[in-house]
Design a protein around this ligand. Sequence first.
Ligand code: AMP
Ligand code: GLY
Length: 444
Amino acid sequence: MTRRRVLVLGSGGREHALALALARSPSVTEVLVQPGNAGTTCTTSAAPIRSLGGASLAPDAVVALAKEHAIDLVVVGPEGPLCEGVVDALEAAGIAAFGPRRAAARLEASKAFLKRIAEQAGIPTAPFFITTNYEDAARYIDERGCQVVVKTDGLAGGKGAIVTSTPEEAKAAAHAMLVERVFGEAGACIVIEDRLPGDELSVHAVTDGERIFVLPVARDHKRIGDGDAGPNTGGMGAFAPVAVSQELLARIEREVLLPTLDAMRRAGAPYRGVLYAGVMVAPDGTPNLLEHNVRFGDPETQVLMPLLDGDVAELFASVAAGKLDEHAVTVATKRSAVAVVLAAAGYPDTPRTGDPIRGLEQLGSASSTIVHAGTQARGSECVTAGGRVLSVVGVAETRESARVIAYERASLIEFAGMQFRKDIAAEGILRATEPDETPKGNDQ
Ligand code: AMP
Ligand code: GLY
């Protein structure tokens, strides 16, 4: 059997969750994480996991690191290194890497590119306007006369999409981006698109560019407060699977995922890796594409990995080699996962760091896992080191039991200013896309 040493790039909850899944893979002997966090050094996992703690994720530095540690497979967590061409550099050095090359990572690096691909491929998406000029933006907003979302073309650390309610708010967002340059060059070009109603789903497909392996549908809770109140965050919790109908899933594959892969092949930038489509399901059932991400979602990864049995490393390696092996893993039926994010004081604006975390060592239930994100070892203590500090994941046969397990385990953890939502995966959060028996086109 293949024996693999795997390197995961990144430092968040997504990367810890990936490291845990890779460590469970029978083909893996060791998982290294660059830079990692306080949780990604662990000898009790199936294969050992170790943080390298280095600084750079630049392509050349990653190639050197992979050579130094005799790495067989690199799994890239965040979009930044993908957009800088880390996979191109690793492939040129003969090292297998899971993730798209730079040219394909443009799907996330440029919202204007995404919208043009969607338009060419006939993928349902919100009507839009692309501009570099504030006067044109203001005119479009007035003429369009509906609520819009204003987005930076380039990457803005998850903060570049402003959902607005009035033309004044929309113009202020366009002005901030184009004139004040609050997002720097990322906002030198903007996309203005209609604000769509509906339910948002996170759909992840692992792909070699032609074939797809669609993971269970997940839902993220983006707002900071209960009942979806307050500002958007990177994600305050997630659950999977969302019980969407077979019909909706088939439409998402046929109308969103496969046309994207076709369009990328035609554009000369075949897409390999995981494609994470943010889909807004309209009240009439149309799956509108909001965005493509070229990496796994965070915190979606924390709830997707526990649903996979088999060898995740083998799945990723097959994609890196250009031939998807969808038999490497199986999706567990009758298993649900819920992740509750514990965030730092001041998140999402100015998270405070350095607060000691208590309760990590207490035993929870066997089916709960603590996934680290913004954490750091300080002497014998573990302290907060970022906005999203931990995700507490519960896994059980039903979503409700998984939810109870996650919240019970979360209640054992404490740090000053800790914030978390109480309604992750709660009944009231589920709307149109939920039960299979929902009549077609019904928004209730
Ligand atoms: P994005 O950066 O494109 O992922 O957008 C961030 C978030 O803004 C999404 O997850 C949605 O919740 C929201 N959003 C983006 N585009 C739209 C849209 N056209 N209509 C409604 N909400 C949107
Ligand atoms: N959960 C949202 C994201 O990963 O972009």
